[in-house]
Write a protein that binds this ligand. Structure first.
Ligand SMILES: C[S@@+](CC[C@H](N)C(=O)[O-])C[C@H]1O[C@@H](n2cnc3c(N)ncnc32)[C@H](O)[C@@H]1O
Length: 243
């Protein structure tokens, strides 16, 4: 079978499968290396003009791998920004964090993933979905595992009342309280907002003062502190078992 017949048979197969619109001729010639002729016969599997390589360009080690009967691919590749943008936010956070640890950080890619999310109207305005991950392993120096979405604004939104413009994430507050205060200590936040700091402090067995200028925030803050008091005083199942 010569090359034209071979191509004609491929076109016939493509048409049979409803792919008649494909320009197989153009497709084929784009794949055909310019200096190689297709095999003129089918008596063996070799091209008329075999592929040859110079030893200087083609190492023994590579040849051994290429010549093996089994060719493997680890399939590992980074997600395309568009693929990432299709995922749910918790998965995006996971994939993005792991990618930075495994493959390193790429500023342009970081922005491009944000663009892909923005095009789908999925880039949140109220918290940082694509947080940079540090490669510094001392967690005390850079806290990069903060869930920016965990704030008292979640409760404000649930109750359909005024959200704070910049509430502190509970992850930061709780960690700072654990590091820098002890049980029964008195914690002061002179710019309390929704009183995230007093709220978390009371829940963690500290006492707290909060000061706030904006009356609605102040009222909400008092309520959060009362909730925290109730939670701190309510015995858990473990307390009851230990008693
Ligand atoms: C950055 S916000 C604090 C947010 C707070 N950490 C939270 O999680 O909700 C600062 C707050 O300080 C309040 N503030 C600004 N000046 C103040 C002042 N002189 N006295 C009391 N509160 C003030 C603002 O109204 C604002 O709510």
């Amino acid at each position: 079978m010569n090359y034209d017949n071979f191509l004609a048979s491929k076109i016939a197969i493509a048409e049979k499968h409803g792919l008649g619109d494909l320009d197989l001729k153009a497709f084929d010639s784009s794949l055909k290396p310019p200096n190689l002729k297709p095999p003129s016969g089918t008596s063996n599997a070799y091209a008329d003009q075999p592929v040859s390589k110079e030893k200087a360009d083609y190492s023994l080690a590579r040849w051994q791998v290429d010549a093996a009967a089994l060719w493997k691919s680890d399939g590992a590749r980074l997600y395309e920004p568009e693929e990432l943008a299709e995922m749910l936010p918790p998965d995006i956070i996971d994939v993005w964090r792991n990618e930075q640890l495994a493959a390193g950080y790429d500023y342009e890619r970081h922005v491009e993933i944000g663009h892909a999310l923005e095009r789908r109207k999925k880039l949140p305005k109220t918290f940082l979905l694509l947080a940079p991950k540090t490669t510094q392993h001392d967690g005390d120096l850079v806290w990069d595992d903060i869930a920016y979405i965990r704030t008292l604004n979640a409760d404000q939104a649930r109750r359909n009342i005024e959200q704070h413009i910049c509430p502190l994430p509970l992850d930061i507050v709780e960690r700072a309280l654990r590091l820098y205060s002890m049980a029964d200590d008195l914690v002061l936040d002179p710019f309390g907002g929704l009183h995230t700091v007093p709220y978390a402090a009371i829940k963690m067995g500290r006492r707290a003062y909060g000061i706030e200028l904006h009356e609605p925030y102040w009222n909400n803050g008092v309520r959060y502190c009362q909730m925290a008091e109730i939670e701190a005083l309510t015995p858990t199942l473990f307390d009851l078992v230990a008693a």
